[in-house]
Design a protein around this ligand. Structure first.
Ligand SMILES: [Fe+2]
Ligand SMILES: [Fe+2]
Length: 282
């Protein structure tokens, strides 16, 4: 089974971020995948989200498409009368309209391989070891005139720690619900599941903002179930492809393309789009 991963399209960020989508679709087609995974951070704008998923739908890809939202996708405007939970529901409907299976809602199982997924969130367990901020300081989400934009636009009904733990629990329940029917599980999150995948720089404000990368609980859940062989994620705009214990971790983000010239987009799409194969289970 051949699986392809991409995340962090951020189509609202620059002209290049929007223009790269057709090149990505070309790369997906050329890869002849069985499963294509989009691991969040498409765009906060609902109309644009609809359009971008529409581009994938219009491409008539032969593979199954799976999706988890990113933190940018659940942002709500100041005037929008909607919580981030409600926006998750709207995103799921848009997924359905465009042939994407939303892993936040239910796991996807094919040929005895299960895919479980959640956006994940952060509970400050990735706080830097070097700098010692209090929980209150992390909850402020701003330091040295820099603001973590979730402070302004993520509107969950609870505090960060409880949101992170809610999504961890949902992931755990998904794994539990399929583990007796599959031979292998691939976990997909937007937030980072392992501290080993975070790059600290030993400087501020960078290391302060590392606390918003994800939660250790996500990784713990992957490690405690031996069927979990892969943890795929986004959110950090660094490429990751490394083992953590028995789990292969992969992050294949587009990120912000301020400095990528338009004529290099095809090559960049091909370079970031990451594929891997799983043996077919009998
Ligand atoms: Fe992102
Ligand atoms: Fe993100």
């Amino acid at each position: 089974m051949k699986i392809g991963l991409i995340s962090d399209l951020h189509t609202d960020a620059t002209e290049a971020n929007k223009a790269i989508v057709p090149f990505l679709i070309d790369a997906i087609k050329a890869a002849e995948l069985d499963i294509f995974i989009l691991a969040g951070d498409v765009t906060p704008k609902l109309s644009e989200f609809y359009e971008v998923l529409g581009e994938f739908a219009d491409a008539d890809l032969a593979c199954q498409k799976l999706f988890v939202p990113g933190n940018h996708d659940i942002w709500v405007g100041k005037k929008a009368n909607m919580t981030s939970e409600q926006k998750c529901g709207v995103l799921s409907e848009i997924c359905q309209d465009h042939g994407f299976h939303s892993l936040m809602d239910t796991p996807y199982v094919v040929d005895k391989i299960g895919f479980c997924g959640t956006i994940g969130w952060y509970d400050y367990t990735y706080a830097s070891d070097k700098y010692h901020f209090t929980t209150e300081q992390y909850a402020e989400k701003q330091l040295m005139k820099s603001v973590w934009s979730d402070k302004l636009y993520a509107k969950w009904s609870d505090i960060d720690e409880n949101i992170a733990h809610r999504f961890e629990k949902e992931l755990e329940q998904q794994i539990h619900s399929i583990k007796n029917t599959v031979q292998r599980i691939v976990v997909v999150t937007h937030h980072v599941p392992f501290r080993e995948c975070i790059r600290y720089r030993e400087e501020l404000p960078w290391d302060y903002f590392s606390a918003f990368m994800g939660s250790e609980g996500l990784g713990r859940i992957c490690l405690q179930e031996p069927l979990v062989s892969h943890a795929l994620f986004g959110h950090t705009h660094n490429v990751v492809n490394q083992r953590v214990d028995n789990v292969r971790t992969i992050c294949a983000p587009i990120g912000y393309l301020q400095e990528t010239p338009l004529e290099k987009l095809r090559a960049f799409a091909e370079q970031r789009f990451t594929c891997f194969s799983l043996p077919n289970e009998s």
